[in-house]
Design a binder for this molecule. Structure first.
Ligand SMILES: Cc1cc2nc3c(=O)[nH]c(=O)nc-3n(C[C@H](O)[C@H](O)[C@H](O)COP(=O)(O)OP(=O)(O)OC[C@H]3O[C@@H](n4cnc5c(N)ncnc54)[C@H](O)[C@@H]3O)c2cc1C
Length: 439
């Protein structure tokens, strides 16, 4: 059997690796001049790599951990020692823990409500949740207006969603929010560093996982070869890529839904994979580089949360024993605004905010911007955001093969949707689907 995999991210390369071990003839077509997709490393100082895309993982990310063990890559703990910094109302506060200095009862009530909502969702099939249609018709912004009367909860809710999902609450349905939070292990697990989903990073950068997989696949992986169309006939599939036409018995489309929907299919897809309501998650990731992690010398963790942006949060992502790196996240509608600025304007805005948050520190020695908002071959970062109606319309079809075309990608995984773990699990699922047909 021969299989063409469209997309050389974690999902596509996991599937390709497994199919090759099962004796299948595989070709991976990747649009970019690199593999890895939404994992991407940048070298901010000689030998010091940081994650411009996905970074964090926790102990429940068992498929990713197994892959790291197999590829010989190590993890490093995310550093969270020291006080947090908050700029939520006028001015700046520091506080020993990560809980923001806002009304604790109001925020506790908000998290209780979210926990209740999250527990009510059928994670394996969100569209079968008892009141799914109602939850899918309402946006998270509408939910917050009805359920969060206290101004502190109103203030903090969009910051929480911006950080967890790179989402503007107006862009996602309540069903999607609740599903996403449940799929990732629940609010507490997703939100936590120690013992949670942000506990570790891949030492040297998460991009290495795909690089190692691609190296083992060798010349089965073709870079800079975007696919534009997939035509099926009685005998097989023809894939139209930049380099020409390829034939195979099966195709795996391992792309985010907005991109998968942009390919031309013959016969046409019975149902689209995205709608006008599906939004690309919006994140711009910044790296502020210092000679060493100077904030630690002032008893600070480097973790901060700001209400007025552009940086929603900062976190200490310093490579072990290397330069100091504060990663800044700009998300949601702020990311769209920030992405439109020039590099000089972005740098000036980020430095001004860093001075306000960390007045003890000198300006960074260098500054890097990775804008995922306009990334042609991603369209959705951290992941696609399902808007009102999307789960009810598309949910039941997300993994259903279209004749010889199979689907992978983190957005097809109901476990750890949107995360590296979800992408890898989708790769295992689709490879099993195809090898089962072979027997
Ligand atoms: C800023 C940011 C922060 C994140 N943080 C985390 C985190 O901390 N932890 C975590 O677990 N996850 C995180 N994520 C999410 C994680 O990166 C993704 O869930 C995961 O990498 C998705 O893998 P994938 O294979 O499903 O899709 P992708 O990585 O998007 O792979 C799809 C591939 O297809 C290629 N492609 C696109 N169009 C075509 C075409 N027409 N033809 C051929 N190839 C094409 C793309 O170039 C890409 O390589 C983050 C993502 C971003 C962007």
């Amino acid at each position: 059997m021969s299989v063409i995999v469209v997309g050389g991210g974690l999902a596509g390369l996991t599937a390709a690796t497994e199919l090759v071990s099962a004796g299948v003839e595989v070709t991976v077509l990747e649009a970019r001049d690199r593999v890895g997709g939404r994992t991407h490393g940048i070298e901010v100082a000689p030998g010091n790599w940081v994650d411009a895309g996905a970074a964090y993982l926790g102990e429940r990310h068992t498929s990713l951990l197994a892959l790291l063990a197999r590829t010989g890559l190590k993890t490093t703990p995310t550093t969270m020692a020291g006080a947090s910094t908050f700029a939520l109302n006028d001015g700046r506060d520091t506080s020993p823990g990560r809980f923001p200095p806002l009304n604790a009862v109001a925020l506790g009530g908000m998290f209780d409500l979210l926990d209740e909502l999250v527990a009510s969702v059928r994670v394996d099939a969100p569209w079968l949740t008892p009141n799914a249609a109602e939850l899918d018709a309402m946006t998270a912004a509408q939910w917050a207006r009805h359920n969060l009367p206290h101004p502190d909860a109103q203030l903090f809710f969009p910051l929480f969603l911006g950080e967890m999902m790179a989402a503007d609450p107006a862009d996602i349905s309540v069903l999607h929010m609740a599903f996403y939070l449940r799929s990732g292990g629940g609010v507490s697990y997703l939100n936590a560093f120690e013992g949670g989903a942000q506990e570790e990073r891949v030492a040297g950068g998460a991009h290495q996982v795909c690089e190692v997989l691609a190296a083992a696949l060798g010349d089965r992986v073709r870079l800079s070869d975007p696919v534009r169309a997939i035509h099926q006939d009685a005998d097989g599939v023809t894939v139209y890529a930049a380099s020409g036409e390829l034939r195979a018995d099966r195709v795996i489309v391992a792309l985010p839904p907005l991109l998968a929907d942009g390919l031309e299919y013959h016969p046409a897809l019975p149902a689209p994979r995205a709608s006008a309501q599906t939004a690309p998650g919006c994140a711009v990731k910044l790296h502020l580089v210092y000679p060493r992690p100077l904030w630690r010398e002032h008893g600070l963790s480097g973790w901060s949360v700001s209400a007025d942006g552009p940086l929603l949060s900062t976190v200490d992502d310093s490579p072990e024993g290397g330069v100091g790196v504060l990663t800044g996240f700009v998300t949601g509608s702020e990311a769209r605004r920030f992405g439109a600025l020039t590099y000089a304007e972005q740098r000036a805005a980020a430095f001004a905010q860093a001075r306000q948050l960390f007045p003890q520190l000198p300006d960074p020695v260098s500054f890097f911007v990775t804008d995922w908002v306009t990334a042609e071959y991603s369209r959705g970062c951290y992941a696609a955001l399902f808007g009102p109606g999307d789960w009810m319309r598309h949910g039941p079809h997300l993994t259903e093969p279209h004749q010889r075309v199979h689907w992978a990608g983190t957005e097809t995984s109901t476990e750890f949707f949107g995360l590296m773990e979800g992408a890898i699990r989708s790769g295992h699922r689709v490879a099993a689907e195809i090898t089962a047909e072979q027997h």
